[in-house]
Design a protein around this ligand. Sequence first.
Ligand code: GAP
Length: 477
Amino acid sequence: MLFVLLCGLICFVAAPNIDTIVSLAKRRGFVFPSSEVYGGLGSAWDYGPLGVELCNNVKQSWWRWLVYERDDIDGVDSSIILNRLVWKYSGHEATFNDWLIDCRKCKGRFRADKIVDNKCPSCGANDWTEARPFNTMLQTKLGAVADDDPTALAYLRPETAQGIFINFLNVQTTMRRKLPFGIAQVGKSFRNEVTPGNFILRTREFEQMEMEYFVSPSAEHSKLVDYWVEQYLEWFGSLGISRDNLYLYEVPEKELAHYSKRTVDIMYKYFPEREKPWEELMGIAWRTDFDLSTHSKNKLDEEGKRINPDSTEDLSYFDEPTKQRFYPHVIEPAAGVNRTVLAVLMDAYSETKNDKGETRVILKLSPQLAPIKAAILPLAKNKPEIVGMAKAIKRSLQPLLRAVYDDTGGIGKLYARQDEIGTPFCITVDHQSLEDEAVTVRDRDTWEQERIKVTDLAEHLQKRLKPYPIPPPPEPI
Ligand code: GAP
């Protein structure tokens, strides 16, 4: 046992690349390639029994942290398909573009910003067409209309944020909110990505967790960006993501989105094997008052003309203390569920050797994220009393935490299976249990075992499953 523990402490190695996670994810029911029975669909993925639990746990952790544990944020769930005018005035119809170029030699089509040294990635030629915009919003048609009826055109939202902006007044007035306050939303977004890929990192359908934090135009916006960066670093830490694998990227002015005055991206080391290992995990942007004013009927341009003649609302805010009316500014932390899940899996992945020298995968997930919290394993599956006791324990734990019963292998195999999917605790029911009403609780990370009375089991597990605490948020700036 000592050897195993020492070796376990010394020999852990982390995920060497995304492919290792792809294979684990498919083998153990986290993520499957979509539409496989028809040969698949490029860069589309389905979440299996364990993947859906992991995603839900990430989303629940985020929601609990922002909406429940703070006092200044409410949640919404807006439609995926919004009035097309939302996307006209948000600027997405005009500017949500990737710039494409074609290679004249091999006819390959690429994103202009991804070409290195002007060389075609397929054939190496250097003979390009002019770059032209390709709008990446996914289109659909509403109603039983003719194919060419332009009034039926609608978009699947490319960000959840606009559904928050157009509900700003609804939330502010119904919840009697005063600045500063935030609105959070989690849900699917869609982008017709030209070059999707790298597993769940870049897909055409994905999930976002966005929060719009509304503040006064005279607030210290840049400091607020820093504040939310720090908050999210804490939250990622609480999910078990190592600070060493995160990197802050100050987006240069020429790369900022049309609405942003400052954006900091939190990057994750998705490619540890590459010279440039970082890719965006999330961004924190100061979106100014762009969105609330662009959707407002009263906002005038420099020549005194309404910028939005279609809007029927004015999304301004009356500030009682200063008796002033203005459009609040917004700090937006925008994170992806799928990229968070991938970072969590990569950070949790480790390999070690057991006492027979065999390689074992241990997914050291934060207990709050683990799809299954406890596996109840009978030591003898042909002994009805032991099986009955194990099943009864499973049923008694289930209302409190996600538990499973498994008797489909020898105990070594069952432990290995649970380690590989990140189950923090295995509970073994043996012959002795029938006598002393106690079970063995095995810890995933140390492989240490403790004997616990069945009557104390739920409390014992609940104490050890508590999420890593996040310090309370400092006073808003
Ligand atoms: N409302 C601002 C916004 O949408 P973004 O940087 O375009 O900003 C925010 O997206 C986050 O959404 C990204 O940091 C990433 O986590 C996730 N995301 C964006 N496009 C994605 C894609 N094609 N596949 C998976 N996740 C994506």
